[in-house]
Design a protein around this ligand. Structure first.
Ligand SMILES: Cc1cc2nc3c(=O)[nH]c(=O)nc-3n(C[C@H](O)[C@H](O)[C@H](O)COP(=O)(O)OP(=O)(O)OC[C@H]3O[C@@H](n4cnc5c(N)ncnc54)[C@H](O)[C@@H]3O)c2cc1C
Length: 298
């Protein structure tokens, strides 16, 4: 039995753009909903979002706070707490560290986290010189001396792409990965210097100036685009059987966001597709509209 005896129409887990937009739509249908969020998340690290329709420039934090204020104006219940598990019998049971809640539908919108090398001063430059998302921040590197770094095949591809779009001054730093010979040749043909080494420290005070490697060498740069992969915030879903993509990574969903488990929806970075605030928000709206039509007894 849940702690408060309420059967919610829908519990939304995660207050990024996906979860917030879903909650806004469900609130406008007068549905009984609960939004659970532990705080933090990818969007909160965005220092300037400039590609969101209708907003000239906003920080991720402001976008979230504005969304939360909008939700509260509709009377939506919001609790700041981590969800630790979700199970399903007839209805869903959502367990936080302190309480259990039940709902007919659940939307998971808990996003993903970028994998990062252990880098001294990373927090100083994350989103401000050190970037991980081309769609978000690639434009910030225009004309700058750029270092692409990573530990997989995406890294050389990214270096070539960045050179085509933003700047001719690109170098590549690869760690813990051996690059196929043909890639090394293509990089050479495109004047992209290749360095093998492990980055340990970002250099600079207010402005990024370079990176120091474990062997003592340093490389100068004005911007970094890093690609070390990412992992999902999905540990709390361990009790649910959910179909995943071929790599067993992202959670598969219908166009409206319903997973292979009826009633359980996923939006945003948890499911295949591009990790963008406006895409997550659109998916949140679609999931909410679909859930509302399932709740209608027509
Ligand atoms: C530095 C940076 C800059 C970016 N810039 C842009 C940009 O300019 N434009 C753009 O479109 N996108 C940008 N993005 C990407 C964008 O923020 C996300 O890809 C997108 O918004 C994903 O939204 P989401 O709702 O899926 O997840 P998120 O925004 O990550 O939100 C997930 C929420 O779920 C919460 N959560 C996670 N686990 C739990 C749990 N167990 N229990 C409760 N809550 C939980 C988190 O705390 C978080 O609040 C940027 C990302 C970064 C890192």
């Amino acid at each position: 039995m849940a702690d408060n005896n309420i059967l919610y129409d829908c519990i939304i887990i995660g207050a990024g753009p996906g979860g917030l937009q879903a909650a806004i739509h469900l609130a406008r249908y007068n549905r009984r909903i609960l939004l659970l969020d532990r705080g933090g998340g990818r969007t909160s690290h965005a220092r300037h979002i400039v590609n969101y329709l209708g907003i000239r420039e906003i920080t991720g934090q402001e976008l979230i706070e504005t969304g939360l204020a909008q939700l509260r104006s509709f009377g939506v219940e919001v609790r700041k707490t981590p969800v630790v598990s979700v199970t399903k019998e007839e209805d869903f049971r959502v367990q936080t560290t302190e309480h259990a809640f039940q709902a007919r539908f659940v939307i998971a919108s808990t996003g993903a986290v970028d994998n990062q090398p252990r880098l001294k001063h990373l927090s100083r430059f994350f989103g401000k010189g050190y970037y991980t998302c081309v769609d978000c921040d690639g434009h910030q590197t225009t004309g700058r001396q750029l270092l692409v770094m990573g530990n997989n095949l995406n890294a050389p591809r990214l270096a070539l792409a960045m050179q085509q779009m933003y700047t001719v001054r690109v170098s590549l730093l690869i760690s813990d990965y051996s690059l196929p010979d043909d890639y090394a040749t293509v990089l050479q043909e495109n004047n992209i210097p290749l360095v093998i080494g492990r980055p340990v420290e970002l250099l600079g005070n207010d402005v990024l100036a370079g990176v120091r490697l474990a062997d003592g060498r340093s490389m100068t740069c004005e911007a970094i685009m890093a690609t070390f992969g990412w992992h999902l915030n999905d540990g709390y879903l361990q009790d649910l059987q959910l179909d995943r993509d071929q790599e067993g990574f992202k959670i598969l969903a219908s166009p409206a966001g319903q997973s292979s488990l009826p009633g359980f929806y996923v939006v945003g970075a948890l499911r295949p597709g591009h990790a963008q605030a406006i895409i997550a928000a659109g998916q949140g709206a679609a999931a909410a509209i679909d859930i509302n039509s399932q709740l209608l007894d027509l």
